[in-house]
Design a protein around this ligand. Structure first.
Ligand code: ADP
Ligand code: GLC
Length: 475
């Protein structure tokens, strides 16, 4: 089975969230199941640096595809774990540092439709007769809106050979562009229809993918059900209900090598379920690192997150006085909405030594918070899967989560974490209070930690589910 995995992010080089982690860990897990998967990703500066020209030979020269695209070449390289990479080298589009989607002002790049249109177009080209590469995929596995046009190109242009699968990591990002982009992207005028790429007067990459893909998955069974309801379908529920027979949920795994408290280069002290006192040393080190009072008689709550409406962290400041009075400590690492960043900064100033906030993206500190905190907070309004709650299960840091999407599928109240229903500050506080009370009972706490640490959250099982789906598609 040959599969092209098309993605706009891949850890550790380019990551804004969970998609980067999935793109780094799922392909090698598939390869362990005998699937010949190659990853197509833009050659951003970090990938240019990791794979300079002499380590990434050109395997194909690509023209403008008869559309408004800049010329590009395809290079081949091998990731350190052995995964073959196809790097889409188009300096005009991708040789820009920083966030892959946003310019320095924090706004979308104006040519994002061309940048990710080209990525989608090349994915489709690789799965079509037009490609003269010896390696030809049977399935093109697309991820989110950035590669959402690939199923459309495969369906609309002549010569398609591969079947297409689109995985929804987040329905909130829909890749919406003006109607004039249709021609620039080389799409036929007939595609401009409700039964095509058009979405309320816009061209939507995601809608196009959902309409044309041979199969659709999302990253947890609960989210697969939720997005078919008008309340949570973000305007796509009707289309998803129409395609329900092609839609399924496959729960994400986590990279159990990168996220393993026994061998985590970011941690000062290694530990496992049988050596939990070492975890306490990580707590002390974390407290010192972020400027909290070093003490072990209060629970330390941890957050690592994008600071956006999705993540529900705006509920936290409202109950900060109650959290301070518990008493508990809080450490927040994140970036996103400026107003929320400012609110957390103020909280830290108001409660020095008790609340600490780091605004930014810091992989090492993310690991140290997973290890050093006692309780992990994830009050998401919606959560397609969520990886951090699984990292925290593995690190013996029981999560407090809202019952939604992948959080509901991975956290069991009172067994390995704490679950609350309503997206309100009161409900969040009540769950935090329950967690803090359980933390004070050593025996109860050990049992909750042990359950999470034992759980199999790796990619082996999900990889088998994807493999079965590829087989079904290629038949
Ligand atoms: P999402 O993809 O919606 O942001 P996930 O839980 O699936 O949520 O994945 C988020 C990933 O990004 C995790 O690996 C998490 O550790 C990481 N992450 C988020 N914010 C930060 C940050 N500020 N610093 C370091 N890592 C972060
Ligand atoms: C998205 C979702 C997150 C999911 C991740 C990887 O960013 O918000 O819930 O875990 O993709 O699939």
């Amino acid at each position: 089975m040959k599969v092209l995995f098309a993605t706009s992010e891949i850890a550790p080089w380019v990551k804004t969230g969970g998609l980067g982690d999935v793109a780094a860990a799922l392909p090698p897990a598939l390869r362990r199941n005998g699937i010949d998967v190659r990853v197509l990703v833009p050659r951003y500066p970090a990938l240019r640096q990791a794979f300079p020209d002499d380590k990434a030979p050109v395997v194909a020269k690509l023209g403008d595809f008869g559309a408004g695209f800049a010329a590009s070449v395809l290079r081949q390289a091998t990731a350190p774990d052995g995964t073959p990479l196809l790097l889409l080298d188009c300096p005009a589009y991708f040789d820009r540092s920083g966030n892959p989607y946003l310019g320095p002002e924090g706004r979308d790049w104006l040519d994002n439709h061309l940048r990710f249109g080209l990525l989608s177009r090349v994915a489709a080209w690789l799965g079509s007769d037009a490609s003269d590469l010896p390696w030809q995929p049977q399935v093109v596995h697309c991820n989110d809106w950035q590669t959402g046009l690939a199923p459309a190109y495969l369906a609309l242009l002549p010569g398609a050979r591969a079947r297409s699968l689109l995985t929804i990591h987040n329905l909130a990002f829909q890749g919406l562009f003006g109607a004039q982009t249709l021609a620039e992207l080389g799409l036929p005028a007939t595609a401009w229809s409700m039964h095509g790429v058009e979405y309320y007067g816009y061209l939507s990459f995601l809608k196009a993918g959902l309409h044309y893909a041979d199969a659709i998955t999302t990253v947890s069974p609960s989210y697969a059900a939720e997005i078919q309801t008008d309340a949570e379908g973000m305007g796509m529920a009707g289309l998803l209900r129409d395609r329900a027979d092609r839609l399924s949920g496959i729960l994400n795994g986590i990279d159990t090598v990168a996220w393993n408290p026994v061998r985590d280069p970011h941690l000062p002290h290694a530990y496992d379920a049988d050596h939990l006192p070492e975890k306490r040393k990580n707590k002390a080190a974390l407290q010192a690192e972020v400027g909290l009072k070093v003490r072990d008689d209060v629970p330390l709550l941890g957050v690592v997150s994008r600071l956006t409406h999705q993540k529900g962290l705006d509920l936290l400041p409202a109950v900060a006085p109650q959290i301070a009075a518990l008493p508990a400590q809080l450490v927040v690492l994140g970036s996103g909405e400026k107003a929320l960043e400012a609110e957390f900064r103020e909280l830290a100033e108001l409660h020095p030594g008790q609340f600490a906030v780091r605004i930014g993206f810091d992989e090492g500190l993310a690991h140290r918070i997973e290890a050093g905190a006692d309780v992990f907070l994830m009050p998401s309004r919606f959560e397609p899967c969520g990886l951090n709650q699984m990292y925290s299960l593995r690190y013996g840091t029981p999560p407090v989560v809202r019952a939604t999407g992948g959080l509901a599928d991975t956290v069991i109240d009172g067994v390995n974490g704490f679950v609350f229903k309503d997206a309100t500050a009161e409900a969040l506080l009540a769950a935090i209070e329950r967690a803090a009370a359980a933390w004070r009972n050593k025996k109860v706490w050990r049992a909750i930690q042990a359950d999470g640490m034992r759980r199999d959250v790796g990619w082996a099982e999900p990889a088998l589910e994807y493999a079965a789906l590829y087989e079904k598609l290629a038949q």
